[in-house]
Design a binder for this molecule. Structure first.
Ligand code: ZN
Ligand code: ZN
Length: 139
């Protein structure tokens, strides 16, 4: 279940985009972004292909770098990596995790006024932009 479905603004081109914020503990998963296009790969810990030795390094946050080689590349041809970040769907600018606090905290504020954004693309929360996601793309 999505935690929040809302709208953000690109700091570069100032256009708006839809995003959904998830908590990887609630969804029992970990995640990575595509280096080429910012698509979100969501990896279920319960998937039989998840390398067991990497679960404790990846669970409920961004993947451990060792998991990268177990993943199929994105449809755009680039890789999903532990250090990649989401991108603006209009101008392809990599979105700043710090500047995302503005639209993410504003979206969550109604339900949880004291909640604070993690200020990174590697914590428990991940976002999917304009529905661009892939699930369990293990090799
Ligand atoms: Zn943009
Ligand atoms: Zn891609």
């Amino acid at each position: 279940m999505p935690l929040v479905n809302s709208v953000g603004t690109c700091e570069e081109c100032h256009k708006m985009f839809e995003f959904t914020l998830f908590h990887s503990g609630v969804t029992n998963s970990c995640y990575a972004y595509c280096e080429g296009c910012g698509t979100t790969a969501i990896l279920d810990i319960s998937d039989g292909r998840f390398p067991l030795e990497l679960v404790k390094f990846s669970a409920y946050k961004v993947i451990a770098p060792d998991l990268e080689r177990h993943l199929k590349p994105c449809a755009c041809g680039a890789r999903f990596t532990a250090r990649a970040a989401p991108q603006c769907p209009h101008c392809r600018q990599v979105l700043s995790a710090a500047k995302a606090a503005q639209y993410v905290e504003r979206s969550v504020a109604k339900g949880s006024p004291n909640w604070r954004w993690q200020m990174s693309w590697s914590g428990n929360y991940y976002i999917v932009i304009e529905g661009r996601q892939i699930r369990n793309n293990f090799k």
